[in-house]
Design a protein around this ligand. Sequence first.
Ligand SMILES: C[S@@+](CC[C@H](N)C(=O)[O-])C[C@H]1O[C@@H](n2cnc3c(N)ncnc32)[C@H](O)[C@@H]1O
Length: 254
Amino acid sequence: MSELPEHVARNRALWDDWAAKYVASGERRWASADPIWGVFRVPESEVGMLPDDLAGKDAIELGCGTAYVSAWMARRGARVVGIDNSEAQLATARRLQREHGLDFPLVHGNAERVPYPDASFDFAISEYGACLWADPARWVAEAARLLRPGGRLAFLTNAFLLTLCVPDETDVPATDRLLRPAFGMYRVEWPNDPGVEFHLSHGDWIRMLRRSGFEVEDLIEVRPAADATTSYPYVTLEWARQWPCEEVWKARKR
Ligand SMILES: C[S@@+](CC[C@H](N)C(=O)[O-])C[C@H]1O[C@@H](n2cnc3c(N)ncnc32)[C@H](O)[C@@H]1O
């Protein structure tokens, strides 16, 4: 524990504390045959987070939480590993593995230092996991190390624009006002929240990915359907229909 970077130790404590709140949504997503993504449950057909040819491939989920994304990949025939910083989140994941009759390695650890050799995987994915809570300079480089040449990375996180517009107050939704500077944003600590997040501008993500050995293949600004719903308080459907509240990055290891 003492060897963990400060932000990883803080986020471990936070997610061990929050894990109970994520049990029900984890159960629902494990039970969903078709992948649904993000806070508005956008269908896979809208974002294509998963490659079509996952069967027989080695895939890792970086910050798997309750591991429903890993479950979707395992059901598509991938050899899956999930790594997460929170033992409490993994306890839910392990129970759901047993209940759904799926078995794949779940590693308790920091996605910035994954205990697998170089070039072990064909695909790496994160949905609000390492891509939001781990230091991009560390986890993107680690994803590049873990992937084989030509391997793919996909991640979904808060859109940069949303991060500029979300009020500091907890549970207050984003408005159409820019509330903080875009330049220089990287590590973000919200006033009423003990966690540490990382938010990068699009230019910074592109440079980070390219510097780490990736070619950027796509950036999808997610737009939920007109009848989509969310249980998250920080963005309304009205907002998310006008501006992207989430973004999906896809990259390929050179
Ligand atoms: C929002 S959950 C992501 C899982 C799931 N896709 C979801 O959206 O509920 C965030 C997860 O990231 C994990 N996490 C945070 N920092 C991490 C790190 N450095 N390495 C691995 N996992 C991390 C947390 O423990 C938590 O389970």
